[in-house]
Design a protein around this ligand. Structure first.
Ligand code: GLN
Length: 495
């Protein structure tokens, strides 16, 4: 009965339904794994006691005939989702001690479907970053190690680094994340697991700490594509409490898994070939194309001409929205306060002490591009570029059903590298940001390993509200890659 934490969600569901084990036993197995892998820094607030109580309730629900889709399945929750009665920090000092009195809509949906929450997962502060090194609560470590330097700690990616690390290390069977510019797909690729950023509007943003409201989307992390569909089916749904929530029925994602790619047209964008790109990333991309072709897809060369403006536009729009969203952390309404003589001084001191360096940088960029003299030159221009990027995709999707690209320009890099250079950090998102600007769904699927034993992922993009195509093609890639994420055991670790 040991190592139940290593089961997929689908296998755990079957085992629970058959009575092979209880939700309590499954949850205990995850709690044990969490306790053994504190070195990963994946959780800010682990809640194993609450989880065991929830597992008992799930077992009782099952006894009374309840068969909810995720009944008794242990999941981790990115600490950006408000959870009633459980501290929610956004990995920031400024929210330390904030205990929401309400539950986000996405986590409410997961609880409705029976999920058990193991705790709140670490992330980059306010979801700003790509390496999970900006959290006030410490770095997250990737459970994967390179073969050449097994002692070197690697980043899990970000901002949802705790989610990706925890799922890859089998501390929970799945996890929630959010993706504003790549924060689900990039860490999924770095940790060798599957991550979906849904179409903008698919998952409610209500109760999720806002970073950039026109870009933020919640989505699932899982070890395989089928589990991802199970989680997505629970998380998604129209929510009148979020004015940008889309009232568009979700397709049957589990049914899409067996659809295959026969007759599907898949675009390969010329602009995603970058100078100096890691040759192993190019190889895996080519490999993915071969797999899809062998499974019956037609590969089509396409052009997305405004791709090179995506990163600059993102790094204007996202900070602009962040500077406005983060204005609410003023020492009055939430979390921390630094006392001072005057109100203005209290605001200034609270924010200076409460926000980390990266968050302050974003707020300054955001207020600058929104200021009277620069609004037209930067913010308005970036909005226009955003429209052109969406138009590029609309044109491409007249001819293709999906687009295949690398998920990231490199494999996971060492903790500490690149931190002194924010612009190099921003380049991590080069393949993922366009989908956020255009509101499209995107999936990262593990596709293989590089020569140093580290996972590499591919990204699939589809038309708005056509997540089913991503699951169909994602399953084909997973089957072809034969890749089941299996991080090597760290000396003395259990994973
Ligand atoms: N890395 C990007 C940023 O720092 C994206 C983060 C995200 O998707 N939340 O803004």
């Amino acid at each position: 009965m040991t190592e139940l934490n290593r089961l997929s969600i689908a296998a755990a569901r079957d085992g629970l339904a058959k009575g092979d084990f209880s939700a309590r036993e499954l949850t205990q197995s995850c709690a044990d794994a969490m306790a053994a892998r504190g070195d990963l820094g994946a959780f800010i607030t682990p809640t194993p006691e609450r989880a065991l109580e929830a597992a008992d309730q799930a077992d009782a629900r099952r006894k009374s005939g309840d068969d909810a889709p995720l009944l008794g399945i242990p999941l981790g929750i990115k600490d950006l989702f408000c959870t009633e009665g459980v501290q929610t920090t956004a990995a920031s000092k400024i929210l330390q001690g904030f205990i929401p009195t309400y539950e986000s809509s996405v986590t409410t949906n997961l609880l409705r479907d029976g999920a058990v929450f193991m705790g709140k997962l670490n992330l980059d502060e306010f979801a700003m970053g790509s390496s999970n090194t900006t959290s006030f609560y410490g770095n997250v470590v990737n459970p994967w190690q390179s073969t050449s330097k097994p002692d070197m700690e690697l980043v899990p990616g970000g901002s949802s680094g705790g989610s990706a690390s925890a799922v890859a290390a089998r501390l929970c069977l799945g996890a929630t994340g959010t993706d504003t510019g790549g924060s689900i797909r990039q860490p999924a690729a770095f940790c060798g697991i599957t991550g979906l950023k849904p179409t903008y509007g698919r998952c409610s943003r209500w109760g999720i700490v806002a970073f950039a409201s026109s870009l933020d989307q919640a989505g699932p992390f899982s070890r395989n594509v089928a589990d991802n569909a199970l989680m997505m089916q629970a998380m998604a749904g129209f929510d009148p409490k979020d004015s940008t929530s889309a009232d568009v029925p979700l397709q049957d994602l589990s049914a899409a898994l067996t659809r295959g790619v026969g007759g599907m047209k898949i675009g390969i964008p010329a602009e995603y070939v970058l100078d100096g790109m890691d040759p192993e990333v190019v190889t895996i991309w080519q490999q993915g194309q071969d797999w899809l072709r062998a499974a019956g897809a037609e590969l089509v060369d396409i052009s997305l001409p405004h791709t090179k403006y995506a990163l600059p536009a993102y790094y204007i729009i996202a900070p602009a929205e962040a500077s406005s969203n983060l204005a609410r952390y003023d020492g009055v309404r939430y979390g921390k306060r630094v006392e001072a003589e005057s109100l203005d001084e209290m605001y200034a001191l609270t924010r200076a002490e409460g926000f980390g360096e990266e968050v302050q940088r974003r707020i300054m960029i955001g207020t600058y591009v929104l200021s009277a003299g620069y609004y037209d030159a930067y913010y308005l221009k970036a909005q226009r570029v955003r429209r052109l990027i969406r138009n590029d995709f609309d044109t491409a999707f007249e001819n293709v059903d999906a687009i295949l690209t690398p998920a990231t320009p490199s494999a996971a890099f060492p903790v500490g590298r690149k931190v002194d250079d924010p612009v190099t950090n921003f380049l991590n998102d080069v393949f993922t940001v366009p989908a956020n600007l255009a509101g499209l769904p995107g999936m990262a699927v593990p596709a293989g390993m590089n020569g140093d034993g580290l996972p590499l992922g591919l990204q699939l993009l589809a038309r708005p509200f056509d997540e089913a195509t991503l699951y169909a093609a994602g399953q084909v890639l997973e089957d072809a890659a034969g890749f089941i994420a299996n991080p090597p055991r760290r000396a003395g670790g259990v994973s």
